[in-house]
Design a protein around this ligand. Structure first.
Ligand SMILES: O=C(O)CCC(=O)C(=O)O
Ligand SMILES: [Fe+2]
Length: 400
């Protein structure tokens, strides 16, 4: 099965308030997985999803559904539609926050208290070992805070009225992550003990304390540049990430086995495509490829914890955010993320049959995330804040 997708792309009109994603650059051939089919346990779709998790660790999830997503054992449900609506509303909420004066926003930077929740100002994160500063702002909202599992953190008045929206978004994003975790769990060669204990979903109880978070991201308009990127190359720290973005700029680094989708050929009725800029071409060297945002889809990717649990069978792929391509660089870029992470006390080690990586110190999910997230806030923290990048760029299976 080739790593490409033949189903027709949905219309692009839904992002019509934004400059179009250009057709003249190579893109990452992410599989398009249907949430509706996964909810119906369509075996072919489940197999495609499993393949995407092993080969690239990134895929599009088509959120057009009529089937309900079960949220809990009390018969509460959500749908792809409600997730999309929540995401739309959160894009507006985050704009309200980012419009605040910087003096107000930095009151919510909790780095010095050893927390990665709250605000990170523009340029306050480091994207490489040379200490280059990032070019974006973050605001992280803790799942435990919103669900009342931990004491509430101070938060700005513009964000406080929307706690019900955060809760709804957390519930449906977490449910999507658990659907993926169950699918993976059934296919992994789990040890008898981990299967008996409930497999991967049992390590991600929504009501247990964890580093799960909603993230708002803002990057101002950017000139295409090879020096400095909005968000440096990284793997995600946790288990499953649900990402909504509307402007290009996200790039994944494809493994040698997956070729980028070439620039789209111009049709006889349309004018010939202008060449990609020199900077854009160079940003596509070394396997990097742009991810085209698709309306009504989210992007799902796997993080380091699943690489650890699966002894490297699953992939947490390296990605970064560069200036949006073509005419998109002139517009402010917002994105919305949900990071689903293992419960704080879970040990990040193999739960599958086979040998464990030797000599590696085993840490808890909480320790792993704190080291990785706070390390990237220190000028000299890059080297000590790495994840499973070495495994991500493997050609075949590799020990973690
Ligand atoms: O903004 C994006 O498209 C990606 C953000 C991301 O990778 C992250 O926050 O970890
Ligand atoms: Fe990421």
């Amino acid at each position: 099965m080739p790593h490409s997708d033949i189903s027709p792309l949905p219309c692009r009109e839904l992002f019509s308030d934004l400059p179009p994603f250009p057709d003249n650059i190579p893109t990452a051939p992410l599989l398009r997985i249907s949430l509706e089919k996964l909810l119906q346990h369509d075996s072919e779709e489940e197999e495609r999803c499993w393949k995407a998790c092993c080969d690239l660790g990134f895929f599009y999830l088509d959120l057009h559904t009529s089937s309900p997503i079960s949220l809990d054992d009390k018969n509460r449900t959500a749908s792809g539609e409600t997730l999309l609506q929540d995401a739309d509303q959160l894009f507006e909420v985050m704009k309200g926050f980012y419009d605040l004066d910087i003096k107000e926003k930095i009151k919510y930077d909790f780095k010095d208290q050893g927390s990665y929740f709250g605000y990170k100002g523009y340029g306050e994160g480091f994207i490489d070992k040379q200490g280059t500063r990032d070019r974006n702002e973050f605001y992280n909202i803790s799942k435990d805070d919103i669900l009342g599992l931990s004491p509430p953190l101070p938060s700005p008045a513009v964000l406080n009225p929307h706690r019900a929206l955060y809760k709804s978004y957390i519930h449906s994003s977490h449910a999507v992550c658990m659907l993926i975790a169950s699918l993976i769990s059934l296919r992994l060669p789990l040890t008898h003990e981990s299967r008996a204990a409930g497999g991967l979903p049992a390590l991600h109880n929504l009501r247990a304390r964890s580093g799960d978070q909603i993230r708002f991201v803002k990057a101002p308009p950017q000139e295409p540049s090879l020096r400095g990127v909005a968000l440096g190359e990284h793997t995600d720290f946790g288990s499953v990430t649900v990402l909504f973005n509307r402007l290009g700029g996200l790039q994944v680094r494809l493994p040698p086995s997956i070729a980028p989708a070439p620039a789209r050929p111009s049709s006889s009725s349309s004018p010939p495509l202008a060449a990609a800029s020199d900077v854009e071409r160079r940003l596509c060297e070394d396997g990097w490829a742009y991810v085209r945002p698709l309306p009504r889809h989210c992007i799902v990717n796997l993080g380091d914890a699943l690489v650890k649990f699966s002894n490297g069978l699953l992939r947490s792929n390296i990605h970064r955010v560069v200036a949006p391509p073509g005419g998109q660089g002139g517009v402010t870029r917002y994105s919305l993320v949900y990071f689903c992470r293992p419960e704080d006390d879970v040990l990040l080690k193999g739960v599958v049959e086979g040998e464990e990586g030797e000599g590696k110190e085993v840490v808890t999910a909480k320790e792993w995330i704190l080291r990785r997230a706070l390390g990237r806030r220190k000028v000299d923290g890059w080297a000590g804040s790495g994840g499973t990048e070495g495994v991500s760029m493997r050609g075949g299976g590799m020990r973690v």
